[in-house]
Design a protein. Structure first.
Length: 466
């Protein structure tokens, strides 16, 4: 027992002392605008991969550290660069795969940022910048935890470790399945930690045990062969904008709940979470009411949602007295755990076709699917993670669902069916991932690094297969 405690104490000290350098390295990564979306310069993504690979090599822990790409299925394209590192287990220890991604979302309207998005800025106990939380903080949490374990135990470290730092998660992980298949032997592990989720709040850690699925597609609504004068034909000819508005309105009922037959809900209890908290975390003004029915978290975790995330139509500045012949919208739906994304999409398409007004012509394209995920919480790795989170944060962890989606987890389950998957994160509810003024709560990061270092130490004392 004494040796166990001394190892854990050493891990604690090493994790704490390594936070300043970890934050400095995180700031350097934030400065790299690694947006992997089509149309953006790919050079920063490559530079980001090289910077991450250099940090991994500097740990001195890994036998191999490579930057690799895999093909996008069904195309001649290559995916964005990912960092893959491996260290073989010794003396019967298990292997853990640590995942995060080094690409980031586009910044959007820079005028909405209080400080430059790619200039890391400390303010009010938070580090601001695009990727400061999602998910370069996940990358650095893994690196910092490994540094702490090595400093604490030195060569007395037998745990097998694989690192997979993806370069295109925000852009849809298009080559993810190929990458898993191409590198299956290197990535195979007993436990997989996906550091791309969040926590209950800034002080309370969480394990994500359910994720909604998603489907995203483009809908084109056409009612005319060409644009026509709104004065000469308005009132007799249906324009595409009117048809689109009427059609989209059928997707929700008067409470704002999804009104599409065939979409399912999950029946599961949720912890207390009031409207005041929702308003604070989501930025919901006092005069705007929440939508849906049931507990607030059941609406977010266990029920479907549909959002129109983009529209191609004449802009306000270019508006003219014209009947629009066609309108295109992007529809993003979140799918309740327990339903396949393709089945949900089929239900939505059938609904739209059945409700198309005035015989409007509909066309569907650019489909994307990601299945929901439910964690098996009975495994030993979940218990070890809960213990490590408790020890690292000083409070008991909470099992949470997340309304968002991590579609590639289904690929991990398919490729490595025997692995236990843990979904963790460094974000708190005010991180504003994907939004202007994204930030990382520094104390949450410190606790996350310590918790993961303690988890690694626990696994390093465990025999594989126990």
């Amino acid at each position: 027992m004494t040796s166990e405690l001394s190892r854990q104490d050493a891990v604690r000290e090493a994790a704490a002392s390594g936070i300043p350098s970890a934050l400095a390295d995180l700031g350097a990564l934030v400065r790299i605008p690694s947006v992997a979306f089509p149309g953006f310069d790919e050079e920063p993504v490559q530079r980001s991969a090289e910077a991450v690979a250099a940090l991994v090599r500097e740990t001195g822990l890994f036998e191999t550290v490579d930057i690799r790409r895999s093909s996008v299925p069904g195309t001649d394209e290559q995916g964005q660069p990912a960092v893959l590192a491996t260290r073989a287990a010794r003396n019967g220890r298990p292997t853990i795969l640590l995942y995060a991604h080094h690409d980031v979302q586009p910044v959007g309207d820079e005028a909405l940022w209080q400080s430059p998005p790619f200039e890391p800025t400390l303010r009010d106990g938070r580090l601001y910048g695009r990727g400061a939380a999602d998910d370069k903080a996940g990358v650095m949490a893994h690196v910092a935890a490994l540094r702490a374990l090595k400093e604490a135990v030195g060569d007395d470290f037998d745990l097998g470790v694989a690192l997979f730092f993806e370069g295109e998660e925000e852009a849809g992980s298009k080559s993810f399945a190929s990458f898993l298949s191409d590198n299956a032997d290197a990535l195979r592990a007993d436990v997989i930690v996906v550091a791309d989720s969040g926590n209950w709040d800034a002080k309370t850690p969480a394990l994500t045990v359910s994720l909604r699925g998603n489907t995203r597609f483009t809908l084109r609504v056409k009612t005319l062969e060409h644009a026509s004068h709104s004065g000469m034909f308005g009132g007799a000819v249906p324009d595409a904008m009117m048809a689109t508005v009427k059609l989209l309105a059928t997707l929700w009922d008067d409470d704002g709940a999804v009104a599409v037959a065939g979409l399912t809900e999950r029946d599961a209890a949720t912890p207390p979470y009031g409207e005041e908290t929702l308003r604070d975390e989501a930025g919901l003004p006092a005069g705007v009411t929440p939508i849906g029915r049931g507990t607030i978290l059941s609406r977010i975790w266990n029920k479907p949602s549909i959002t129109v995330t983009g529209i191609d139509a004449p802009t306000v500045v270019n508006a003219s007295n014209t009947l629009s012949p066609e309108i295109s919208v992007v529809i993003s739906a979140r799918i309740a755990p327990g339903q396949r994304a393709r089945d949900a999409y089929d239900a939505i398409e059938a609904h739209l076709r059945a409700h198309a007004p005035f015989g409007a012509e509909l066309a569907f394209s650019d489909h994307d699917f990601g299945d929901a995920f439910l964690v098996d919480t009975s495994g030993w790795a979940v218990q070890a993670a809960r213990e490590a989170l408790h020890e690292g944060y000083g409070v008991e962890s909470v099992d949470i669902g997340v309304g968002g989606s991590i579609p590639f987890i289904a690929d991990l389950v398919r490729e490595f069916p025997g692995a236990q998957i843990l979904v963790t994160g460094v974000e708190d509810p005010h991180a504003k991932a994907h939004s202007p003024n994204e930030s990382l709560h520094l104390e949450t990061f410190r606790h996350a690094v310590l918790s993961e270092a303690l988890l690694l130490e626990k696994l390093d004392r465990r025999q594989a297969g126990e």
